[in-house]
Design a protein around this ligand. Structure first.
Ligand code: S1T
Length: 550
């Protein structure tokens, strides 16, 4: 074999070539040979965090922001299985996350004794991860390792889904040939042309065609092409919930985010009355479709996602989004010769923020941040779930990373750390007190890496989003953990704010004092939610009532 290198180094070279900009990891004894090569490897920097769920979220967010691969390196068993929920969220939301799990040495297997960290059997972990990844490989032979790694990384990039690599500890330093590029079969150009021609004809003959941009447009790096196409055709454009912010920098104007009955009535009416609704890269989910009041007839829709295109009752299989967009571009009209555009949807006027002694309302958080961004420029935003997710919908921000479909709490803070690790840009985090209790402590790792996020903790002493469904339940009550007081011991600066003036002041102080994280604890009355969450819960409650009554 020519040009051999230790296996982990060949893997790192391949990961970097596919856009990985960081490895997030927590070692273990099985993982020591792997981490020996990860540390100071000079290709992709290693960042260690405190708990595997957080490093999974950080790696996922790093991929979402950078457009490359996210990488999580863990030990076998107790480490890797701690990662499953984060990988499941990456799968649900099409994030290309690579799990590098160490494993017991090949020479240790087959004995009568169970090996530490083993659960049911030594291959249980592989079976578990096969449910939340699109490809798996146990790297147990230096001869086949390059092809096996190429196959898994090829699936990760072409499907934008997580993959699982299991690397026994006695394989890490094995001399291995370089990882080749995994050749995927190109789409059938005739199928792409036929599909594009069919869509172009539908759009030309439609009364009110609408384009909805979904998350896959970003995952496959098609934001500019899709925005340019929409602009040339002059078709109204909206975002799905998960696709919010995608293609916002392109020439086409995005009318807003579709949230069904929970969103702008005017925008929802435009989408739901469309006789040619084109869903590009949209994940069909209840949250992504914002609690539809069953007013969407998907039989009239054109849905391009997951590597295929469905038009009414027929499907073009194996037609990736990039091939379809390229074929549609060949049908695009010249600038100015597109359709007679639909009337512009008036975006809801942003809530006015007055920095006075008024008690904070959740929607003052979005208004205050929007005003802050207007003064100082936007920042990448990471949000957790709970009301913080809906407040982010009200905030006029730039890059937004949010788990709006899988919706796992604990995502926000680690996601921000992953975003800063790969971009070097200071992020802002929106997180509820319940979610902060899960992974907020990862902020203690900022001082090792010079990260300095601005963290806005919505302290309403409870799981407020659930309280809106169960107002009388006590199980949604949390106590006041006084998070701002905990910031300093973790290396940050804490602000506990009780009114709008203090909130504006804390944001300004955080802006003026970079270099450390600032934790801004916003005290909110129990029982209050953002205006957007209130509409969402009301719609969900009505829908669930009809489902239960049916
Ligand atoms: N556990 C995890 C890991 N993720 C979840 N989404 C849940 C449980 C269920 C859940 C919600 S929203 C919510 C929970 C427990 C409460 C969130 O509380 P907090 O972070 O304080 O935010 P807020 O007070 O704004 O609600 C979703 C609906 O399943």
């Amino acid at each position: 074999m020519t040009n051999t290198q230790p296996l982990v180094r060949q893997l790192l070279t391949a990961l970097k070539a596919r856009g990985a900009r960081a490895v997030f990891g927590i070692p273990g004894d099985y993982a020591l040979p792997m981490f020996r090569q990860l540390e100071g490897n000079g290709l992709v920097p290693l960042f260690t965090l405190s708990h595997e769920p957080a490093l999974g979220f950080a790696a996922d967010a790093a991929a979402r922001l950078s457009g490359g691969l996210g990488v999580a390196a863990v030990t076998y068993g107790a480490g890797a299985l701690n990662l499953v929920n984060s990988v499941a969220g990456a799968y649900a939301e099409r994030s290309p996350l690579v799990v590098m799990s160490a494993a017991p040495a090949l020479s240790e297997r087959g004995g009568l004794f169970g090996l530490h960290h083993q659960s049911r059997s030594l291959d249980s972990q592989l079976k578990i991860f096969s449910e939340v990844t699109c490809a798996q490989a146990v790297i147990d032979n230096p001869e086949t390792a390059p092809r096996e790694i190429a196959r898994a990384l090829g699936a990760c990039t072409t499907q934008s889904l997580p993959v699982y690599l299991e690397i026994p500890m006695d394989m890490c330093a094995q001399p291995t040939a370089p990882v080749p590029v995994f050749e995927t079969r190109p789409a059938d150009p005739d199928a792409a042309a036929a599909c594009a021609a069919e869509i172009a004809a539908i759009v030309r003959n439609a009364r009110n065609p609408v384009l909805m941009i979904g998350i896959e447009v970003k995952r496959f790096g098609l934001e500019w092409e899709v925005s340019r196409l929409a602009d040339l055709v002059n078709i109204p454009v909206v975002s799905s919930f998960l696709g919010r912010g995608v293609a916002s920098a392109g020439p086409a104007r995005i009318a807003g985010t579709y949230l069904g009955v929970a969103g702008s009535p005017e925008l929802s009416a435009m989408v739901e009355s469309s006789d040619a609704l084109i869903l590009l890269g949209v994940v069909l989910s209840d949250t992504d479709f914002g609690v539809p009041a069953n007013r969407l007839d998907l039989r009239k829709a054109i849905h391009a996602a997951g590597g295929q295109v469905r038009i009414g009752h027929h499907i073009y299989p194996e037609l990736p989004l990039a091939d379809l967009v390229a074929a549609l571009a060949r049908h695009a009209p010249a600038k100015g010769e597109g359709l007679a555009g639909a009337p512009a949807i008036q975006a809801a006027a942003p809530r006015l923020f007055v920095a006075n002694d008024g008690v904070m309302h959740p929607s003052d958080v979005s208004a205050g941040i929007t005003a802050f961004f207007a003064r100082h420029g936007t920042m990448p935003v990471a949000t957790d779930v709970g009301d913080s997710l809906f407040i982010s919908l009200e905030t006029d921000c730039g890059d937004l990373v949010a788990q709006s479909y899988y919706a796992s709490m604990g995502f926000g803070v680690p996601a921000a750390l992953g975003m800063q690790a790969v971009s070097g840009k200071r992020p802002l985090v929106l997180v509820g007190d319940g979610a902060f209790q899960m992974t907020g402590w990862e902020l203690g790792n900022c001082q090792r890496y010079g990260w300095d996020p601005i963290v806005v903790v919505l302290n309403n002493q409870g799981w407020e989003m659930l309280r809106t469904f169960e107002p009388w339940a006590r199980f949604n009550d949390l106590s006041d953990w006084r998070f701002a007081d905990i910031a300093a011991p973790l290396g940050g600066i804490g602000h506990r704010v009780n009114n709008r003036r203090e909130f504006a002041g804390a944001l300004e102080t955080a802006h003026a004092q970079p270099g450390r994280f600032h934790l801004i604890e916003v005290m909110l009355p129990r029982g209050t939610t953002s205006l957007t969450l209130a509409r969402f819960v009301d719609a969900f409650r009505k829908r669930r009532a009809t489902v239960i009554a049916a």
